[in-house]
Design a protein around this ligand. Structure first.
Ligand SMILES: N[C@@H](CCC(=O)N[C@@H](CS)C(=O)NCC(=O)O)C(=O)O
Length: 248
């Protein structure tokens, strides 16, 4: 059994979709980020970075004690390893899957994540970062569009690279971008959206239904997501670990 520390965001959906695709039994532990569930010392034992998602595999590859894994890309690689599914065997296709997975983890997710922050959460009127991150997201969508114009899937066949990029492509609607401007990406998106594992992993039949409303947060919720509570939890964890360090 695998515990999934889960929130229904693009990074969370990568893992819930993957687990449905490979058919591994799992328990979703719903974490309320607004309430600061991710800031506790207990959760930091699972994910030292204090972010979501993370998993704990109680029956890990190689046996032994339960294994905690952070970072959605590392989780996808681990689950592919564990099941022998969705990471091609062929060395070229395997490398392509890894390349596009790293591209999503290093660029497509983080740049778009910043666009979401400045468009939907930061104080309004900050034109430069809004323009910078929305344009960077459009650039990355053009990179995706080029690739998907020459191949049906990112690695040639459906793989963890598509599972990583799909939820972030779904999210562009919330920053007022239109998938219709990227036709090859749109047809790839629709093809994946009707997969049963994607529908059960996201809990929705219509992947296009994604709100772009600007959330209204209390001060406490803001602090848990972006402010002092978030930063203090990381500082306190480092201080505690330092004070418990054994002399060399
Ligand atoms: N690179 C990480 C990013 C994780 C991440 O930033 N997750 C967001 C939710 S999608 C989060 O935990 N936000 C809470 C916070 O920033 O404190 C991954 O792919 O797992």
């Amino acid at each position: 059994m695998i515990d999934v520390f889960f929130t229904p965001t693009p990074n969370g959906h990568k893992v819930s979709i993957m687990l449905e695709e490979v058919g591994l039994p799992h328990t979703l532990i719903k974490m309320d980020m607004l309430a600061g569930d991710h800031l506790t010392p207990e959760y930091r034992q699972v994910n030292p970075n204090g972010r979501l998602p993370a998993i704990v595999d109680h029956d890990p590859i190689g046996g032994g004690a339960p294994l905690a894994i952070m970072e959605s890309g590392a989780i996808l690689l681990y689950l592919a390893d564990k099941t022998g599914k969705l990471l091609p065997e062929d060395p070229r296709a395997r490398s392509l899957a890894q390349q596009w997975l790293m591209w999503q983890m290093a660029s497509y997710g983080p740049m778009q994540g910043q666009a979401h922050h400045f468009i939907r959460y930061a104080p309004e009127g900050q034109e430069y970062p809004v323009e910078r991150y929305r344009k960077e997201t459009v650039r990355l969508l053009n990179v995706l569009e080029r690739r998907l114009s020459e191949a049906d899937y990112l690695a040639g066949e459906y793989s963890i690279a598509d599972i990583a990029a799909w939820p972030w492509t779904r999210a562009i609607r919330a920053i007022d971008l239109d998938l219709a401007d990227f036709p090859a990406t749109e047809s790839w998106f629709e093809k994946i959206a009707i997969r049963p594992a994607v529908q059960s992993g996201t809990g929705v039949k219509n992947a296009s239904n994604l709100s772009s409303a600007r959330p209204v947060l209390t001060e406490e919720q803001w602090s848990n997501l972006f402010g002092d509570n978030l930063h203090e939890s990381a500082r306190a964890a480092a201080e505690k670990a330092h004070s418990e360090r054994k002399p060399a």
